[in-house]
Design a protein around this ligand. Structure first.
Ligand code: B12
Ligand code: SF4
Ligand code: SF4
Length: 338
């Protein structure tokens, strides 16, 4: 029996999952010997930093040639190409140097100012985490940063729910552009106050993994689909980060019940055409967490201009739903505690 797809009426809703996805042989001819799951540390119980797996310099990673295949497959849509050009214009804007340091504010006041500025510069939400060097990819060097400011920008749901396809792909790139604009403007503002700052946030992986920083900054929880769930935007958002030594006060993680909800929901698992989303948490580099099977996801992702079905079908993503689910999960916690 095919399970119904809840909260989703995009084109893949009609896909019969009994017809297995068969990747394009021209893509698979570039597939390396090593599994991406092995690079990610699937099954490893000891803690270690993440290894670069995708969206790095192509000649430094085994799956690098597949990034070229993705780019060729991506270039046949005018909507997508135009969105990429707009995003590149943001990346090409130079950043200012670091001015003389202002020391007239308290860390609490700087924290208020940076979160206000992030919103003024176009972010939809922002939070602060104490920097953890374990978020830096293996083999990457980074200065010693004290804080990671994480920002979220939501996608337009009407565009995202058409995933996979050109409209959703262009929307993802547009939001990368908006996120980068906010990240770069805030980086410039912090440098203008006299403190070092560096932008992170795509479209390539950069030097760090963004999700644990954003979780630490209170932007949400990790969902079964391997992306984060925010209490307002659900899974329907992108992340950016600013690393800085500006003295700040870190926020608390925001645990509102998304992880708990995922335990009894399998909408993304059922909707993923290559069946890349396992039913249970897995051990990965010393943490038991939700995990997406890289070797299953990537071929479909590459052939569908970035897929995104899993974040589109997630019940938390539909506008107006997340608030009610937050309340429902709070009631469930209260009942369990009674
Ligand atoms: C490489 C990459 C991919 C690769 C491979 C991902 C993978 N899981 O192996 C591919 C191309 C398949 C991919 C697909 C997608 N991606 Co992607 N991806 C990245 C990128 C650039 C690096 C992540 C990475 O190297 N993962 C490999 C290893 C580290 O994965 P992992 O161990 O399973 O860890 C994952 C999570 O568990 C979490 N994480 C890492 N360490 C830890 C530690 C702890 C304690 C916890 C709890 C979690 C956690 O982050 C990892 C995210 O992949 C990040 C941006 C960044 N710099 O972080 C975006 C990013 C994770 N992707 C994102 C998204 C949205 C997607 C897609 C939905 C595509 C789309 N069109 O938007 C799909 C989702 C499917 C999936 N597989 O996750 C967003 C997530 C936003 C959100 N709401 O959380 C990010 C943050 C980009 C951004 N700037 O917003 N992605
Ligand atoms: S992005 Fe990957 S994990 Fe998500 S639905 Fe598509 S193939 Fe599945
Ligand atoms: S679709 Fe369901 S299981 Fe998947 S991430 Fe969203 S809430 Fe969790």
């Amino acid at each position: 029996m095919i399970r119904p797809l809840i909260c989703y009426d995009g084109p893949m809703a009609a896909v019969n999952k009994r017809v297995p996805f068969v990747p394009d042989p021209s893509q698979m001819a570039l597939w390396p010997e090593i599994s991406g799951n092995a690079i990610n540390g699937l099954g490893e119980r000891a803690k270690r930093r993440p290894s670069p797996v995708y969206w790095h310099e192509p000649d430094t990673i085994p799956h690098g040639p597949l990034q070229g295949w993705f780019a060729e497959n991506y270039a046949n849509s005018t909507e997508v190409v135009a969105a990429r050009e707009r995003r590149q214009a943001v990346i090409d804007q130079p950043l200012p140097g670091v001015a003389e340091a202002r020391r007239d504010e308290t860390p609490a006041r700087w924290s208020e100012l940076v979160t206000q500025k992030a919103i003024e510069f176009g972010a939809d939400d922002a939070g602060i985490a104490r920097m953890d060097p374990d978020w830096i990819f293996e083999g990457h060097e980074q200065a010693s940063w004290d804080f990671a400011i994480a920002i979220a920008v939501s996608h337009d749901y009407e565009a995202l729910k058409t995933a996979p396809g050109d409209r959703a792909a262009a929307e993802v790139i547009n939001q990368y552009g908006r996120g980068l604009k906010a990240v770069r403007a805030l980086t410039g503002w912090i440098r203008g106050q006299g403190w070092a700052a560096e932008p992170q946030g795509g479209p390539n992986a950069g030097s760090m993994i963004l999700i644990p920083a954003a979780m630490g900054a209170g932007l949400g929880e990790l969902g079964r689909h391997g992306s984060m769930i925010h209490r307002k935007f659900g899974s329907n958002f992108r992340l950016g980060v600013i690393l800085t030594n500006l003295p700040l006060v870190a926020h608390e993680p925001d645990v509102f019940g998304a992880d708990d909800f995922c335990t009894n929901c399998r909408v993304c698992t059922d909707a993923c055409p290559p069946e890349a989303i396992p039913e249970t948490k897995q051990w990965v580099r010393g943490t038991e967490k939700w995990y997406v099977d890289f070797d299953r996801c990537l071929p479909f992702f590459n052939e569908t201009k970035g897929c995104a079905i899993c974040i589109a079908v997630c019940p938390w993503s539909r506008p107006g739903v997340a608030d009610g689910l937050v309340k429902k999960m709070a009631r469930r916690r209260a009942k369990r505690a009674a």
